[in-house]
Design a protein around this ligand. Structure first.
Ligand code: ZN
Length: 153
């Protein structure tokens, strides 16, 4: 490449300068005549392709397993405890255990946790509630029609 000012062959990279709004590629010697500018290379300018993103929003909820009261009763009987024994172990009233085992009252979270810990069981199960949001922030993909059009040009 030749210097655009003096015409000398530039060894290595030319220096890009601006003189009165004109961009010139010059040799190091002539670079002092103007203001050095940095032209970004194409490679740096290229933006990464935006990828299609599909976001799955999973809401995990927990629900009491069906027949939880039977499970509680079974676990209690396995250990040969009566309702009074169980009540004592989790610091609750016997009447509450009776009601729970009959399914009369819904299981309070605190009591459920105590029972789960005591019996080393889980009385809830996750319900999967999956919403799929397609986030499409990309220009439409090339369709077969577009490809055919390009080829025709
Ligand atoms: Zn020069």
């Amino acid at each position: 490449m030749e210097c655009e000012i003096c015409g000398e062959n530039i060894k290595g990279e030319a220096t890009t300068i601006e003189i009165n709004g004109t961009i010139m590629n010059v040799c190091p010697k002539c670079s002092k005549f103007g203001k050095k500018v940095f032209i970004k290379k194409d490679r740096e300018n290229r933006r990464p392709l935006v990828q299609k993103t599909t976001k799955n929003v999973i809401d995990l909820k927990e629900e009491l397993v069906s027949g939880y009261y039977e499970i509680i009763r079974r676990e209690r009987e396995k250990r040969c405890w009566d309702q009074k024994d169980l009540a004592k172990k989790i610091n609750e009233k016997e009447s509450i255990i009776k009601k729970i085992e009959k399914g009369d009252i819904s299981l309070d979270d605190k009591i459920r946790e105590k029972l789960e810990r005591l019996f080393k069981i889980k009385l809830t199960e996750p319900i999967k509630d999956v919403h799929t949001h397609k986030i499409d922030n990309v220009k439409r993909d090339l369709t077969l029609g577009d490809v055919v059009n390009i080829k025709r040009k």
